[in-house]
Design a protein around this ligand. Structure first.
Ligand code: DX5
Ligand code: ZN
Length: 227
């Protein structure tokens, strides 16, 4: 897998939820050329979250436009029936929500059996204890710092404590700690300080069309906060 990077790296993952959907291929190439590390793809079903976005066909359509990691965030319930399709479409990381089904352990094992990196995501109200017994089956833990469904919402600061707690739980395991929602130059220091290394940003990257500059500013903010 190309450029998967390590939990020691700061990873900037622009969310294409904030892209111009009428020219998605071009937008993916633009963030790639602007220096992003991963491409974050927000899949919504209008059921688990109150919004609809894309399915596996769209992942397949954008796949040829970048060599970078496709970080696919499934906000769908159930997720299991679609995991194989998202794997075949070219996802590199597939993240399911802990709240999306009764059998998180099974979903994570299934993702790994498809040869993909397995992620688990927690809504703001979900305690970190839900990952205690699956932590050795995950490659990535995604802490939502907004209630999922839309871009451009305000950062929920209470999640910083959760990030700190999860960072401790991870210890020296090779697990990426990702944050998603309201991450921008004003908030990035909080999540980086708390221990997150993979930073999703939608409006923070696409705002104003200065993708390279926005990515650089967010990255610098994170690196500075890490010390
Ligand atoms: C929210 C999505 C996010 C969203 C982030 O449901 O999972 O990835 O695109 O957008 P911003 O960075 O604008 O909060
Ligand atoms: Zn997301």
């Amino acid at each position: 897998m190309s450029n998967y990077m390590t939990p020691e790296d700061i990873i900037i993952a622009p969310s294409i939820l904030s892209a111009d959907f009428a020219k998605l291929g071009e937008e993916v190439r633009a963030i790639d050329e602007a220096g992003c590390d991963w491409v974050h793809v927000d899949v919504m079903d209008g059921h688990f979250v109150p919004n609809l976005t894309f399915g596996p066909c769209v992942v397949e359509a954008i796949r040829p436009h970048t060599q970078k990691i496709l970080d696919v965030h499934l906000m769908i319930a159930p997720a299991d029936p679609y995991l194989e399709a998202f794997a075949k479409a070219g996802s590199d990381i597939i993240t399911v929500h802990a709240e999306a089904g009764a059998h998180l352990d099974r979903s994570l094992q299934f993702i790994r059996s498809l040869g993909k990196k397995a992620g688990v995501s927690l809504n703001p109200s979900t305690p970190e204890s839900v990952i205690e017994y699956v932590i050795d089956k995950v490659d990535l833990i995604l802490v939502m710092t907004v209630n999922p469904g839309f871009g451009g919402q305000s950062f929920i600061e209470s999640q910083c404590q959760k990030i700190r707690n999860i960072k401790k739980m991870i210890g020296d395991r090779p697990i990426h700690l990702e944050v998603d929602g309201g991450v921008n130059p004003d908030t990035v220091h909080m999540v980086a300080e708390a221990g997150a290394n993979a930073l999703v940003a939608g409006s923070g990257v696409f705002k104003g069309g200065q993708y390279a500059e926005n990515i650089k500013t967010i990255r610098q903010g994170a690196l500075a906060a890490r010390g």
